[in-house]
Design a protein around this ligand. Structure first.
Ligand code: AGP
Length: 608
């Protein structure tokens, strides 16, 4: 989604800003722009499309200066054109603004500004901000920004520069992430740490309703009453190699192949195999309080919501505590039941998804204790939750989530193990789960070593127009996730269903043109799944089965088969999802799709 980069120092700003934008490319965008103080005023370049287009526009006539702001846009108000690209200028052209988020009262403000003679050039809500700041300006940029922010409703991560104060960047945050990077005599601004990592590891994460004022001499963080804030400096602990492709043709493939390591990292120092227990230092909840939890709510979006469904099955089976799974976008706008002993698990790779963050705040407001399962260290959900489990999967750049999903399921299994043992699970059963977790990395590697088998299946189905994914029990969510992966990156219509539910409707779709992926490990529901496979076979559907062993019951039934190693039921979705990720990946590549940046999608959805 939209990205912001800013720089003030002694180096030429434009190449630094463009390099920062490139590091944000993975988030998904449709246009980009840059504004630099050139000694006389604000000089702006913008372009629709890829950053390469902006580079071309800049190369012809580069804006020269040592202070600037830049933006990648993901259209919300108005189409992705050059005019709608940020930065947006104020009426006089003295002020330039970049903005992530949505200004909800933009229309009302626009009408009142137009009545005062302000002329609007774009369709965006952001332009309102530029005019409002100019209207409020009385000699101090941060005061004008604060004055403008008091008038707007909505969300923002924003940065402003003004020809009247050419040595200053003012930035503000509400609901859209922003951080300040601390360099040596220079300061950066970014909506995502990857944009500043080549320059500094020391960052300050802004919280909502905070303003940052950056000059070459230093920085100040203020609140909306202009009071100075004392903010901690955080250190980014991942490195550049992790956000580069490392020889793989796509980030998605690299991330799929990283899973033996990422799953190990999620468990590192936490899994006690001999004791059959897990140690989760960050959950920040006393044993008595954890024991008092009598219901759990899990909220998330997209892939993270699929792992939440698996978490529900694990916790209910092993701990006998009722679990509700809620789409974050729905939870926030209804009147949900949160009881005094509700624990709310919040699952998010990015830790910045707007709906998930809002759902977490709503659960907190209603009295729930919150626990984040988050990948991005220092993200808003990680900081605002009462405690949590970092996934430690490293930066996930491909828009389609892969390694974060398997790490989420593993983190949920670690949590389930701990809770179940506290609730009386025998050590022997705990050991069995812990041992199965410890076996996962080698089992995933075994699947990856046979990726070419999946590539061959992909070749057969690359021209399909529809796909059905079916599974039962723990593998119904895996079916949903398999279908989501395929539709996201290949644009093939795909649906996930509980296998037995198929006969209540989707069975009407089955004919010889319909590929049906069955997730059929040898688990407690295997025989039931075989019956569902029979039903599809009888209607000539093409069957691709993810299985675990040679099964007489499947003899002559399936058209294509891929075997994954056996594990305990609750971990089967981890192993089943790896070939499904590969299937989606290879089909998309064979169809010529941009797998890392699929159309219309953003890595982190920071608007509602
Ligand atoms: C997954 O492949 C997606 N692109 C998407 O569904 C994602 O999982 C969702 O937007 C939630 O993101 P989060 O985990 O960063 O909160």
């Amino acid at each position: 989604m939209c990205g912001i980069v800013g720089y003030v120092g002694s180096r030429v700003a434009t190449p630094l800003l463009i390099d920062g934008l490139k590091r944000l490319e993975y988030r998904g965008y449709d246009s980009a722009g840059v504004a630099v103080m050139n000694g006389k005023g604000v000089e702006t370049r913008k372009a629709a499309g890829k950053i390469a287009k902006l580079e071309q526009a800049v190369e012809l006539d580069p804006p020269m200066g040592t202070l600037g702001i830049a933006h990648t846009r993901w259209a919300t108000h108005g189409p992705p054109t050059t005019i709608n690209a940020h930065p947006h200028a104020s009426h006089s052209g003295d002020i330039a603004v970049v903005h992530n988020g949505i200004i909800e009262n933009a229309n009302v403000l626009k009408r009142s500004l137009e009545a005062r003679g302000y002329v609007f050039r774009s369709d965006t809500d952001t332009e309102v901000l530029a005019h409002l700041i100019e209207a409020a300006y009385a000699g101090n940029l941060e005061a004008a920004v604060i004055e403008a922010l008091h008038q707007i409703e909505g969300t923002y991560g924003m940065a402003v520069i003004s020809a009247k104060e050419p040595d200053k960047i003012v930035a503000a945050r509400k609901g859209s992430p922003l951080l300040v990077g601390l360099g040596d005599g220079e300061y950066y601004l970014a909506s995502d740490a990857s944009a500043v990592l080549t320059h500094t590891r020391e960052v300050i994460y802004l919280d909502d309703d905070e303003i940052a004022v950056l000059t070459r001499d230093g920085y100040r963080i203020l609140d909306l009453d202009s009071a100075l804030q004392d903010k901690p400096v955080s250190r980014i602990d991942w490195d550049l190699a992790q956000i580069e492709r490392g020889g793989y043709p796509h980030f998605m493939l690299k991330e799929i192949f990283e899973q033996p390591v990422t799953v190990t990292d999620t468990m590192r120092g936490r899994l006690l195999v001999d004791e059959g227990f897990s140690k989760l230092g960050g959950i920040n909840i006393l044993k008595d309080d954890l024991m008092a939890v009598d219901n759990i709510l899990i909220t998330a979006c997209g892939t993270s919501w699929h792992s939440a469904l698996i978490g529900k099955l694990m916790i209910e089976e092993m701990c006998r505590i009722p679990v509700a799974v809620e789409y974050a976008s729905e939870f926030r706008y209804r009147n949900p039941i949160v009881r005094p002993n509700t624990l709310c698990l919040v699952i998010s790779q990015s830790g910045e998804t707007a709906d998930t963050l809002a759902a977490m705040r709503e659960a907190k407001r209603r009295g729930a204790r919150t626990m984040g399962l988050v990948n991005v260290v220092g993200s808003t959900i990680a900081r605002e939750s009462d405690g949590g489990i970092y996934l430690h999967a490293g930066p996930e750049i491909g828009v389609a989530s892969t390694k974060a999903f398997t790490s989420q399921v593993v983190a949920l299994a670690l949590f389930t193990l701990k809770l179940a043992r506290l609730h009386g699970m025998e050590q022997e059963q705990g050991r069995e789960i812990a041992k199965a977790l410890a076996d996962l990395p080698a089992q995933i590697q075994n699947i990856l070593d046979r990726a070419h088998e999946i590539e061959e299946i992909a070749e057969e189905f690359k021209r399909a127009s529809n796909f059905l994914y079916l599974g039962r029990g723990y593998n119904f969510p895996a079916a949903l996730e398999g279908a989501l992966k395929l539709k996201e990156i290949s644009y093939i219509h795909a649906e996930g269903y509980p296998a037995a539910e198929m006969k209540h409707g989707p069975i009407a779709l089955i004919d010889e043109m319909m590929p049906v992926v069955f997730i059929a490990p040898h688990d407690t529901v295997f025989e039931k799944v075989v019956s569902n496979i029979q039903e599809v076979k009888a209607r000539k559907g093409k069957i691709i089965a993810i299985t675990t062993r040679e099964e007489d019951a499947l003899e002559g039934l399936v058209d294509y088969e891929f075997r994954v190693p056996e594990t305990i039921d609750l971990l089967t979705p981890v192993l089943a999802s790896v070939p499904l990720q590969l299937l989606a990946y290879y089909i998309a590549v064979k169809r010529g799709c941009n797998v890392d940046q699929p159309r219309n999608l953003a890595k982190s959805v920071t608007v509602e």
